[in-house]
Design a protein around this ligand. Sequence first.
Ligand SMILES: Nc1nc2c(ncn2[C@@H]2O[C@H](COP(=O)(O)OP(=O)(O)O)[C@@H](O)[C@H]2O)c(=O)[nH]1
Ligand SMILES: [Mg+2]
Length: 317
Amino acid sequence: MEPDRKSRMRDRYAKMSERRALREENERAFADERKERKARKQKQRYRPRVKPGGDPTDTDAGPDGPVQARPPSGPPPARAGRELRVATVLGVDRTHVEVLTDGVVVHARRHPRLTSVVAGDEVQVSTDQHGALRAESLVARRTLLVREDPARPGRPKPIAANLDLGIVTIPADRPRFGLVARIRTALHNGGIGALLVLTKADLIGAAEHADVLATFESTGLSTLRVSIHTGEGLAALAETVRGRTCAFLGHSGAGKSSLCNALDPGGLRRVGAVRDRDARGRHTTSRATLSLLPDGTRILDTPGIRAFGVVDDGTPP
Ligand SMILES: Nc1nc2c(ncn2[C@@H]2O[C@H](COP(=O)(O)OP(=O)(O)O)[C@@H](O)[C@H]2O)c(=O)[nH]1
Ligand SMILES: [Mg+2]
């Protein structure tokens, strides 16, 4: 073999050996690191826990010091000095509830376990040493209105608690008999009385009106015809709701917020325009909120209901 070629092969062989040595060294380093990491994890997993009431300075607690035992699960024990009182929920958001307590409306943080609280619920509210309020637990409900959760078919979604009367609000020019039947079933299941209010009485003639009302009345429903524009039926409606907790239920554009505003002029709810194209309303009321009238009447304006699914989860209210 020529000397040139021989030296080239020697060089290549030397380089290959060098590379192999480097690779082996890297693999050893990786293996050592893996071993160390595994040992560290095991040490953390088996660190002895200090029992509540145990000695946290116990030297047997391991080289990295003691680890506090996990607090027991379940509701936290009532802290000494925490004052509890009952409040009525007016509105609910993701983290807080708006409540009425001792005649004052305040915001209270919601305990994470209070997941299904709704307007009309009574809750136990605690005050800490800094005066911060927290809704802790639900008081047993007298009645509960539930519909099918549109996002989770077949699952119940509570709408409002402790209602005396559900006011099924239907515009006279677009009566929806199926919707009325379903809301009525849900009210019945929840132990709540029902009243059908036919709104926008000014939009249709007397004969047509009488036909629609007769159809509803034949099913045993109490009915009332009202109009915001002519004022018809508003005094009778105010008389019917007086001293009770009532919710306005129906599709968007039916006139629920307009009626709440007529009963409670200080409430200033947004009233939506009805689209010319299909005479449907747009959602202007995004959350169910309970309003208090000066005489103690409570009225609940609810967001429009497109489809009211009925579920009977078998639980008494
Ligand atoms: N003609 C007529 N229009 C009404 C009456 N009540 C409400 N409206 C109108 O119907 C639309 C929807 O009313 P709104 O109260 O927002 O309905 P909600 O979506 O059920 O709360 C608004 O444009 C109101 O002005 C009524 O008695 N007569
Ligand atoms: Mg509305």
